[in-house]
Design a protein around this ligand. Structure first.
Ligand code: TRP
Length: 450
């Protein structure tokens, strides 16, 4: 029996939901701090190359698999290669989504709490924002409670299936976000001493490059574009017959890259103007942005609005992570949507708790090269191992087992002004697998040797 599968209401529906998944903490929180810890502009350059050479073709490939099979990741691999172990590639994706969401929700919780800290002046003029941030994450209960609140919001949306509601919201909030970022850029670049930050972000210093730089660029590209774990297989499965993939994926990659670069133009001028260290790590954005708000007129208003938007951006990403795992339980195990969302919410919340406690009661934890705290460590395994591995398997599968020509035809179907050429086959059969393999081996060896 063929089940009737829900479709996006319009072509824009897919683009908005996909861009909602892509644009999130990865752009505004993770991108600046990873740039900061990897030598600045030279990392940005490598990252951009990876986004276009690996990111775009991977997004096209995952979406084509989803659209063709109209299935969750596990079902999709099984449908295209029945009676083979390839379904494990889909299962790896489901597992990865689970791990990422567990700590993603902790960071999203920080954003939620910063809405109120900014509004009530706990973080603002006259406050040392670095002390305030450390104070927040090293406390035991508040970050866990905000983690719970964020997870509850995510579960609520997936359970209700109100993708429409959130979609409409996102559509309104996108332009607000854009205006706000532009205002912040104007404030940041006009701070005295901002020039050094712009140079750090734009003028590459090639002596900073190591194997780890490349691994981190690949990790960041997969993370920010939501690739390597089946989000685009799942979201692609809701596409209509005549929807075009090649063009839509281009729009999503373009929007995501633009937002990340704009975030860099806010954070780095501010970091240097305020004499902060760009390689400060995971706290960078939460320390610099409140300091910028404190220095601008109506800073409380802009700051509060900004953290609301950041939380919403995180929410539209988190629902895509939960949707993949839930879709698998719904399609493959016959669970109801409500049960899948609720049970997963509780389990993922619990799995995420250590990544929060790693800043307080378990602050003794560190894994040399991998992470100085538990959140870093979760992040390293998810993004430096599981996502690239998922991407590698998907590319090899699509290129050799399903067939590169089929990917290309599926991607170019329908009307769009951007078409993928025969180069796609070369990319997914050779360039992407070899590049990921080399970068993973090189980066991992250096991580543990260093
Ligand atoms: N891309 C999102 C961000 O930048 C995070 C995210 C959502 C994600 N879904 C994903 C990352 C799937 C990896 C895989 O914040």
């Amino acid at each position: 029996m063929l089940k009737q599968r829900e479709n996006w209401a319009s072509k824009l529906g897919f683009i908005l939901a996909a861009a909602g998944s892509a644009v999130g903490l990865g752009n505004i929180w993770r991108f600046p701090y990873v740039v900061g810890t990897n030598g600045g502009a030279v990392f940005v350059l490598i990252y951009l190359v990876v986004v276009f050479l690996i990111g775009y073709p991977m997004m096209v490939t995952e979406s084509a698999i989803g659209k063709h099979t109209r299935s969750n990741p596990v079902g999709a691999f099984r449908a295209l290669a029945p009676n083979s172990p390839w379904w494990l590639a889909g299962a790896l994706g489901v597992f990865t989504g689970f791990v990422i969401l567990s700590y993603y929700s902790v960071v999203a919780g920080w954003s939620l709490s910063y809405i109120f800290k900014t509004l009530f002046g706990t973080v603002g003029p006259g406050v040392d924002t670095a002390d305030a941030f450390v104070g927040h994450i090293t406390s035991v209960w508040p970050p866990i409670i905000w983690h719970a609140v964020f997870m509850l919001l995510t579960v609520g949306i997936i359970a209700a299936g109100i993708v429409k509601g959130i979609q409409r919201w996102v559509q309104i909030l996108w332009p607000v976000m854009a205006v706000l970022i532009v205002l912040l850029i104007i404030r940041a670049v006009t701070l005295p001493g901002a020039g050094a930050g712009i140079a750090f972000f734009l003028a590459p210093d090639f002596s900073q490059v190591t194997g780890v730089t490349f691994l981190n660029a690949v990790s960041q590209a997969f993370f920010t574009l939501s690739l390597g774990m089946g989000v685009f297989i799942t979201y692609g499965s809701y596409l209509k017959e005549d929807d075009n993939i090649s063009g839509s994926a281009g729009s999503v990659v373009g929007m995501d890259t633009l937002i990340a670069l704009l975030a860099g133009f806010v954070v780095f001028p501010a970091v240097f103007a305020m004499g902060l260290d760009p390689s400060a790590g995971a706290g960078l954005t939460f320390i610099t942005l409140p300091a910028v708000f404190a220095e601008m007129p109506a800073g409380v208003l802009f700051g509060t609005l900004f953290f609301i938007l950041l939380a919403v951006a995180a929410l539209t990403s988190a629902i895509s992570l939960l949707e993949v795992v839930a879709a698998w339980l719904i399609d493959e195990k016959g669970w109801t949507r409500g049960k899948a969302a609720a049970v997963l919410g509780v389990v993922i919340f619990v799995v995420g708790i250590p990544s929060s406690l790693g800043f307080s009661v378990w602050s003794g934890f560190s894994m040399p090269g991998v992470g100085t705290d538990l959140l870093d460590t979760y992040d390293w395994f998810a993004n430096s191992i599981f996502l690239p591995l998922g991407g590698l398997l998907t590319a090899v599968f699509a290129g050799y087992v399903w067939g590169a020509k089929k990917v290309q035809d599926e991607a170019n179907f329908g009307s769009g002004n951007l078409k993928v050429g025969n180069w796609l086959a070369v990319m997914i059969r050779i360039v992407i697998p070899v590049a990921i393999l080399v970068v993973m081996i090189w980066g991992i060896v250096e991580t543990f040797a260093g």
